[in-house]
Design a protein around this ligand. Structure first.
Ligand SMILES: Cc1cc2nc3c(=O)[nH]c(=O)nc-3n(C[C@H](O)[C@H](O)[C@H](O)COP(=O)(O)OP(=O)(O)OC[C@H]3O[C@@H](n4cnc5c(N)ncnc54)[C@H](O)[C@@H]3O)c2cc1C
Length: 362
């Protein structure tokens, strides 16, 4: 009888979970073990019960473009029509001319100053992600259901999930990783065991002692409203140009605002909810009597800064420098914006590379 191969996956974000899924699709007999430092699945992408707001909210607003084919297929999206309006706060105009606001879109997609995004990354967006073709037209934004739609369905793939299990150190014989040290004990690896790092960029560079990345933050503010709020033109989301936030999304009693590359704006966190709501009142032409209950979420290290300097540090392939180490995670896909699609593609690449390498090396 052939020995079951064990895959040790570090990190249970989208990339880690998708690695488990792709492995099981290729090798049903494989033993897949996930190690996750936190107490939840999904990494930067999950939803939770917010006691103060009294409802479920996403930890971060996630937008999926029709061109994000893997992500769309995964969550079985019914695409919304691609009707993006932009409200220019200074001019107080509404426009659908997305081309005029390409810098605004680029900043949001890369969470980086648009002028700093390298051409190689813009090329990927242009050809692979942006919904130019009719087929890929459509935009989906999460409706406080990231965990139910995207994360929870993946739980069936790993054989074991170790929560609150932080990998602290690795040990190698110079060629292969042979031991993992975690806060829950030592994990001895067999000679043909595979390790896939699906860690975020900061955890990866800490664990493997590689070059550190710079990060940019994203701020999300969620308001719970008792009445359904309507945006002009009856759309469910809108770009905000020259305003405090970059985007506003309205659905099921939640109005959420998103601010990318937040450190580049002069933001006072204390007054941010009031300031946002006041600006939102202007858009709707109303004068709210009170501020709805809200939740402010600051993601200081939302994504790596996607400028030329940091893009150059991203790996060229999924090979991790040891015979049995392979890399996944949104940041590992050089020239790709750090997004769900990149995380899924990185998982597919890591698993395919691992399987091919096994045929050669073991
Ligand atoms: C505020 C915000 C808004 C976003 N908006 C969008 C959007 O609109 N559209 C879009 O497509 N994408 C968006 N993204 C990006 C998207 O969330 C990420 O690209 C994706 O979730 C990355 O998944 P990942 O698995 O590569 O990394 P992570 O989700 O970071 O997963 C890494 C996992 O490793 C775990 N870990 C870390 N250290 C250790 C350790 N030592 N041992 C064990 N486990 C460890 C972490 O706890 C985590 O679970 C957004 C992200 C944020 C933060």
């Amino acid at each position: 009888m052939q020995n079951k191969k064990t895959y040790h996956i570090l990190g249970a974000g989208v990339a880690g979970l998708m690695c488990a899924r792709f492995i099981k699709k290729k090798d049903k007999e494989a033993n897949v073990v996930l190690y996750e430092a936190s107490n939840h699945l999904g990494g930067r992408c999950f939803s939770y019960e917010d006691e103060e707001l009294g409802c479920r909210v996403d930890n971060a607003t996630h937008v999926i473009l029709g061109g994000n084919r893997c992500a769309c297929a995964l969550v079985g999206l019914k695409k919304l029509p691609y009707k993006t309006y932009f409200w220019n706060v200074k001019k107080d105009t509404l426009s659908r001319r997305a081309y005029n606001y390409r810098k605004h879109i680029l900043k949001s997609m890369c969470n980086t100053k648009p002028e700093d995004v390298p051409q190689s990354l813009i090329k990927t967006i242009f050809w692979r992600l942006f919904p130019w073709s009719k087929k890929s037209l459509g935009v989906y934004f999460s409706k406080q259901d990231l965990s139910q739609r995207l994360i929870n369905p993946q739980q069936i793939y790993p054989d074991e999930i170790h929560y609150n299990c932080k990998i602290l150190q690795i040990e190698s014989d110079g060629v292969r990783i042979c031991r993992l040290y975690s806060n829950q004990g030592i994990i001895e690896l067999k000679r043909d065991d595979i390790v896939i790092s699906a860690l975020d960029a900061a955890a990866y560079s800490r664990l493997f002692g590689t070059d550190k990345f710079d990060f940019n933050s994203i701020i999300n503010v969620y308001f719970k409203t008792s009445q359904t709020i309507h945006l002009p033109r009856n759309v469910s989301y809108m770009g905000i140009v020259d305003g405090i936030a970059d985007w506003v999304f309205v659905n099921d009693g939640i109005v959420s605002f998103s601010i990318s590359d937040a450190e580049s704006k002069d933001i006072n966190l204390k007054t941010l909810p009031q300031d946002l709501w006041k600006q939102f009142d202007t858009l709707r032409g109303v004068n709210s009597a009170f501020l709805p209950p809200h939740r402010l979420l600051v993601h200081k290290m939302a994504t790596i800064r996607q400028d030329a300097f940091n893009n150059a540090k991203r790996p060229e392939s999924a090979f991790g420098g040891y015979l049995n180490l392979f890399l996944a995670g949104d940041w590992t896909m050089k020239n790709w914006p750090c997004c769900l699609e990149a995380a899924i593609l990185s998982a597919r690449r890591a698993v395919n590379t691992a399987l091919k390498a096994q045929e050669k090396n073991f």
